[in-house]
Each structure stands twice: as structure tokens, then as C-alpha cells.
Design a protein around this ligand. Structure first.
Ligand SMILES: [Zn+2]
Ligand SMILES: [Zn+2]
Length: 364
């Protein structure tokens, strides 16, 4: 049940030899989910120990180039490297309205044909996610008539009840998106593991005289059983406490969240991954560009009671800590600025190819 996060690109605006453009991978039960796909993401995959061919879902936070210009190239390379298989499940791509049009046109213009199917699910932003003058028809789903085939996929609208967009609810996880404020509409993603049923307690099974066999399976599935002597046993009588699920939040570029429900969606996150493009001394400039500083990221982490704050999307002026030369901006300042807000709780500065594991939780 291993779950981990790997950073493939921690830089803002463009890829550099020190920091790739935005790309983060969550691995869970053999699947790879990619969050953003900046230019050069495919070569970052090749330099890492991850396999791009294992990607089953891709999530794009917003339509600035440093977050999705790598997508067509990555898809084409995966296609070149895999053999046609009629049974292969489609790769699910989620992103703001406009992403489908982009992929459709790019694939058609370059005569690219993938050997696997893909579907594009588009999120419908709301006008309060960006400055009024930046709002565009694209964000409302108005597109030109076009002759190239349109990929399949859903249009997903905001659920005002909890300020989220439900993307995936299957197997062991739920994945939702939520709104962020940026120069253009941006989204954050919440990956939440469902609680795991507790283990059958051997001692209690014995005490209640439940014979081994199919009855164990029913109890484990949460179904009450009746013994030959007429006693009814409820699963809670014999199961240990359930294991709480793990929770990861990845936020796209933003100078804040949109919607009152977002804090509770992200509450108690095991890992909150937040951008910190510039340091606190440049907060006005950061906000003007729709970005955050360490203080802003940490204040949100504090509000959510996040267990670990990880910063990413650093301006390319901040080289990784072990490559700082004379006169370079010091990225460790950003860590200190965030830690002040969190009363010394350790904050992690992400770097390309860093992996963070999230261990299975103990039953409460
Ligand atoms: Zn960006
Ligand atoms: Zn951006």
C-alpha cells in the first residue's frame, strides 16, 4: 500500500538545468498520476526511476505554458514506447476548459496518432478565479467549429455544496479539484485515500464462537451475520478500529483559494504541496502576478492544520540549496520564512527528483 510523491519539476516559468518546469507524480498501488506536465517533463521522467508508461491519470492545474506545454510530447513518446493493445484502458486527462481543444489541435496538426486511447475531462472555472480583465471565452467553453475528431470526456462543474469538483471516486481513493485564484483560472487537487477496514480480531472471534470460513469474509466486508444459535454479530463487534486514509493536496499557481469550503477539504492533509514563487520581501509583486510567498503558503497550511508543508514552483533565480553560488539568491530563506509562521514546524523545500513517502496510518 505504498504511496509516495516525486517532484520532477520544481521551477516556475520555464525549465532550466537546475529545475524542471512543473511536474509532480503520485504513485499509489502501482499507478502513476501526473500533476502538471511542463515542457521537458518526458526527459525528467527518463532521468528519474519512474516509468512514464505507468501513467494512468494526468491532472493539469491551469493553462500557463510552464504547466502543460510538455503534454503532447509526453503522450507521443509514451505511445512510441508501448505496443498497441486493444484492451488498454484510456489515460484520463483532467484540466480546465480549453485543454481538450489544445490537445485535439496539436494532435491533428502534427498528424500524431496515439496507440492508446485518452479521454479529456474539462473543469468549468468560475469568473472569480482570476482578474476580470483576464477572463476569456475559452474558460466558458466556447470553441471554434473544427473538423478534427474531438476526444471523449466529461465536462465537470463545481459542486457548490463543498466547493469541489469530483473527478475520481473508485477503489481506494477519491480525487477532487478545488478553485484557486491566479492570473487565469487555476485549480488544486486533493487525493484522499478511503479509510481501510480494521483487521478481524482473533480473540473476539473466538470468544463469540464464530467458526473460521466464509463468515469471516462477510464480517470483513461490513455485513452482519447470524450464527446457528440465532445470535446476530455486527462487524463492529469483531473488527479492530479502521485505518484512517492518507491525504495529499497539490495546489496549482495561486495567490489564494476561492470558496469557503476549500480549507475543510484540505484539512489535516498529510502533505500540502504549495507554490512559493518568490520570497516574502517580494509579496506585492507575487500577489500582483497571482503567486504566493512562503508566508502565504504557510498561513494556508496553518489554517488547514496540514501535517507537512512542501514548497515548490520556485522562481528560477532560486537554485537548489546544494548548488548555490556566490551572489545567488538563497532558497533556504524561503524555508525559514514559512517555518516562522508555523512556529518552527519543519517545512520541506522540494527539489527535482526528490521523493517523499507517506506511510500507512495506524488505526485510531
Ligand atoms: Zn507556473
Ligand atoms: Zn501560472
Amino acid at each position: 500500500m505504498s504511496m509516495d510523491v516525486t517532484f520532477l519539476g520544481t521551477g516556475a516559468a520555464y525549465p532550466s538545468p537546475m529545475r524542471g518546469a512543473s511536474a509532480t507524480v503520485i504513485r499509489f498501488e502501482g499507478e502513476c498520476w501526473l500533476f502538471d506536465c511542463g515542457e521537458g517533463t518526458q526527459t525528467q521522467f527518463m532521468k528519474s526511476n519512474l516509468k512514464a508508461g505507468k501513467i494512468t491519470k494526468i491532472f493539469i492545474t491551469h493553462l500557463h505554458g510552464d504547466h502543460f506545454f510538455g503534454l503532447p510530447g509526453l503522450l507521443c513518446t509514451i505511445s512510441l514506447q508501448c505496443s498497441p493493445d486493444g484492451n488498454k484502458l484510456p489515460v484520463d486527462i483532467y484540466g480546465p476548459l480549453g485543454i481538450k481543444d489544445f490537445l485535439q489541435r496539436t494532435m491533428a496538426l502534427s498528424r500524431s496518432q496515439l496507440v492508446f486511447p485518452y479521454v479529456v475531462h474539462e473543469l468549468v472555472p468560475t469568473p472569480n478565479q482570476c482578474p476580470e480583465e483576464e477572463w476569456d471565452d475559452v474558460f466558458s467553453g466556447k470553441r471554434d467549429e473544427d473538423s478534427c475528431p474531438e476526444p471523449q470526456g466529461d465536462i465537470i462543474c463545481l459542486n457548490p455544496a463543498d466547493d469541489s469538483y469530483l473527478l475520481v471516486d473508485g477503489g481506494q481513493v477519491v480525487i477532487k479539484a478545488f478553485r484557486l485564484f491566479h492570473r487565469i483560472p487555476s485549480f488544486g487537487f486533493l487525493v484522499e485515500e478511503k479509510p481501510r477496514t480494521g483487521k478481524l480480531n482473533a480473540q473476539k472471534l473466538k470468544e463469540l464462537g464464530i467458526p473460521p470460513g466464509p463468515l469471516y469474509g462477510k464480517l470483513k466486508e461490513g455485513v452482519p451475520i447470524t450464527l446457528e444459535n440465532g445470535t446476530t454479530i455486527s462487524p463492529t463487534d469483531v473488527l479492530d478500529s479502521p485505518c484512517p486514509g492518507r491525504k495529499i493536496c497539490i495546489l496549482g499557481d495561486c495567490s489564494g483559494v476561492v470558496g469557503d469550503g476549500v480549507t475543510s477539504l484540505c484539512s489535516d492533509a498529510d502533505i500540502l504541496i504549495h507554490e512559493a514563487t518568490l520570497d516574502d520581501s517580494q509579496m506585492d509583486k507575487a500577489k500582483e502576478r497571482g503567486h504566493s510567498t512562503p508566508k502565504m503558503a504557510a498561513e494556508f497550511a496553518k489554517l488547514c492544520k496540514a501535517r507537512k508543508l512542501v514548497l515548490f514552483h520556485f522562481s528560477q533565480r532560486y537554485k537548489p540549496a546544494n548548488q548555490i553560488g556566490e551572489g545567488d539568491a538563497d532558497v533556504t530563506e524561503l524555508k525559514k520564512q514559512a517555518e516562522i509562521v508555523l512556529n518552527g514546524q519543519e517545512v520541506v523545500l522540494s527539489e527535482d527528483f526528490m521523493t517523499i513517502s507517506i506511510p500507512v496510518k495506524k488505526p485510531k
